[in-house]
Design a protein around this ligand. Structure first.
Ligand SMILES: NC(=O)C1=CN([C@@H]2O[C@H](COP(=O)(O)OP(=O)(O)OC[C@H]3O[C@@H](n4cnc5c(N)ncnc54)[C@H](OP(=O)(O)O)[C@@H]3O)[C@@H](O)[C@H]2O)C=CC1
Ligand SMILES: CC(=O)C(=O)O
Ligand SMILES: [Mg+2]
Length: 590
């Protein structure tokens, strides 16, 4: 049935004669037919927007791009000034206006206003100017936006589910105007980037991530649902902020938290079916691992911070081998930060080495060392370690400082996933450079203020020898007459294409092999020209093509593992993924 596809898709690439071969059955999307007498249903109506309402409907508004014919047919005469502009001219005007703002947050609010006013134009801008606008709608500016969300709050975006809604979550989901949801990005706001607990104001993250799902991965905006679960906040500053938008009490924990999440997960499946992808984002690690493991056998769940980050970093390492030489198994890895990102990446590297060398993962883990806030993770600490750190507790004497750990472990690769800025000091980078001809340094923490070091520091302190990438973008650096272009090691490369791959194949579960497939596909997109500039990731300018390749490789793995429900398998998955992508071009109205 066409409703399970993105944008209908291109059936010509399917290996089938019968176009009705997808799924089957009759959708009861409003749940009206299946509702019993004591179950409440929402009386949805479908109406045609026209006139003033059409101009205020962001999904259909085209502003000055409404043609003369459309102005007549849709009662718009007099509601618009006489000029008729093309979408290209609207884009040019808006980009010109955006560039006038010197304060990044003003650009962010201008973009959010545009999204609320004219959705297609918003996505046209974002797709055509992705390198320039990614730092506006995403890291670093989205971090500041979340910190100030209460003050800059205009129209609500996304769905807020708080403890007040306990027992009524299904009804709350039914208040959302779209029925055919394919991806939910959900946060509880407890670990927003490296900025900590921002409570309900974390909503900027699901909203931003889903705008990338559309712009970078081509999912329809109406199929994307941002959700913030509000169980309170432990952020005193927010609790005392008169403009704070969330529940004004400390975080609920334990059973109260678990029950709300359980109700949420059940309601999502009940309302949207089992093929809706639920992406957990920016939960604190004490909940993130638990939620992922609890729901991975019953729902299509993906934790972007654990799994998406792992996949993007593994891709960067695979491509970096072209510059530093050797196989993955020849390298030693040291992490600063042993939370979701750090241990997630470590586990995927160990898995990949294990597959490449046919060595048990328990062995390959020994190439990987992690430092947390208490120092190097070693066997003698095992009794006090959280469960996700225990596999990394190798035999070694205790080491407190990162610099000493670098000297002791002699890593070829140093990865920052601590959420704490300025932790890759001059001494640390110099130590990496003294150990390696080309030290590979990844400062993953976001936003820019939390980056373990800047691009300029990495290149200067390593005397131009470091291969560097960071979670938030840095400008190119001129060091001794040579221009170094830092890459952006951010899960934004992976999750849009990964999600698209799951959806076009109708995946019912996520499997680690799909993450490996995404890494391989991303690494394969790095060109010789990119390598010559020292880049280990391709530029974001080609991200839709990159996403299509990631989606195709992921979908191929879903079919191979027997976890696909969209049958038969399209012959050319790249072409099929591309054919499913949302286009932001205006549609003509009758
Ligand atoms: N580039 C990207 O795509 C991504 C980047 N990130 C970024 O990574 C960072 C961490 O995220 P995440 O792993 O989820 O967070 P977690 O809270 O799960 O983990 C943070 C880890 O850093 C350790 N740590 C904190 N302070 C220090 C310190 N001063 N020295 C050494 N270790 C320290 C913590 O130690 P302890 O356990 O002892 O408290 C913990 O192990 C964030 O800034 C986030 O924005 C995350 C996902 C994707
Ligand atoms: C990029 C991302 O997901 C994070 O910093 O949390
Ligand atoms: Mg995140």
């Amino acid at each position: 049935m066409a409703s399970t596809l993105i944008n209908g898709g291109d059936y010509s690439v399917l290996d089938m004669d019968n176009k009705a071969g997808y799924g089957g059955g009759v959708d009861d999307v409003y749940g009206e037919d299946s509702a019993t007498e004591d179950q409440l249903v929402t009386p949805w109506t479908v109406s045609v927007a026209s006139g003033y309402n059409l101009l205020r409907d962001p999904h259909h508004n085209k502003g000055l791009a409404f043609t003369e014919k459309e102005r007549d047919a849709h009662y718009l005469r007099g509601l618009l000034p006489p000029a008729v502009l093309t979408q290209e001219l609207q884009e040019k005007r808006l980009m010109h206006n955006l560039r006038q703002y010197e304060v990044p947050l003003h650009r962010y609010t201008a973009m959010m206003d545009l999204q609320e006013r004219n959705e297609r134009l918003f996505y046209k801008l974002l797709i055509d100017n992705v390198e320039e606008l990614l730092p506006v709608v995403y890291t670093p500016t989205v971090g500041e936006a979340c910190q100030k969300y209460g003050s800059i709050f205009r129209r609500p975006q996304g769905l807020y589910i708080s403890l007040k809604e306990k027992g009524k979550i299904l009804e709350v989901l039914k208040n959302w105007p779209e029925r055919n949801i394919q991806v939910i990005v959900v946060t509880d706001g407890e670990r927003i980037l490296g900025l900590g607990d921002l409570g309900c104001q974390g909503m900027g993250i699901p909203v931003g991530k889903l705008s990338l799902y559309t712009a970078l991965g081509g999912l329809r905006p109406s199929a994307c649902l941002p959700i913030t679960i509000d169980v309170g906040t432990n952020n005193e500053k927010l609790l005392n902020d008169e403009f704070y938008i969330g529940l004004r009490h400390k975080r609920a924990t334990g059973q109260e938290y678990a029950e709300l999440l359980e109700e949420f997960m059940t309601a999502v499946k009940q309302n949207y079916g089992e093929k809706v992808l639920i992406q957990f984002e920016d939960f604190a690690n004490h909940n993130a691992f638990e939620l992922l493991s609890r729901y991975s056998s019953s729902h299509l769940v993906f934790n972007d911070d654990i799994q998406g980050t792992a996949s993007v970093v593994l891709a960067g390492l695979i491509s970096a081998l072209k510059l530093v030489g050797g196989k993955l198994a020849d390298h030693n890895f040291l992490f600063l930060g042993a939370g979701e990102a750090g241990t997630g990446i470590a586990e995927l590297i160990a898995l990949e080495i294990s597959k490449q060398t046919k060595t048990p993962v328990e062995e390959t883990r020994k190439k990987i060392w992690l430092v947390d806030s208490k120092g190097l993770i070693v066997k003698s600490r095992i009794g006090s370690l959280q469960h996700f750190k225990r596999p990394w507790a190798h035999e070694h004497e205790p080491v407190k400082e990162l610099l000493d750990a670098v000297k002791a472990i002699k890593p070829t690769v140093l990865i920052g996933s601590s959420g704490v800025g300025k932790t890759f000091t001059k001494e640390v980078v110099e130590a990496m450079a003294s150990l390696n001809e080309k030290p590979l340094i990844l400062a993953l923490s976001n936003p820019t203020s939390q980056s373990e070091c800047t691009a300029e520091e990495a290149y200067t302190w390593s005397k131009g020898r470091a291969i560097f990438a960071s979670g938030s973008p840095f400008d190119p650096v001129n060091y001794e007459g040579k221009v170094f272009v830092p890459g952006q090691a951010n899960n934004a490369y992976i999750f849009p294409g990964f999600g698209l791959g799951l959806i076009i194949s109708g995946a019912i579960r996520v499997h680690d092999d799909m993450l490996l497939a995404a890494s391989e596909a991303l690494a394969a997109q790095v060109s010789e020209e990119n390598y010559e500039k020292g880049l280990i990731y391709p530029p974001f300018t080609n991200i839709r093509k990159i996403s299509a390749h990631i989606a195709a490789n992921v979908a191929a793995k879903v079919y191979e593992l027997g976890l696909a429900s969209h049958l038969p398998r399209p012959k050319d998955l790249v072409k099929y993924a591309e054919s499913c992508m949302y286009s932001p071009l205006y549609r003509s109205y009758r």
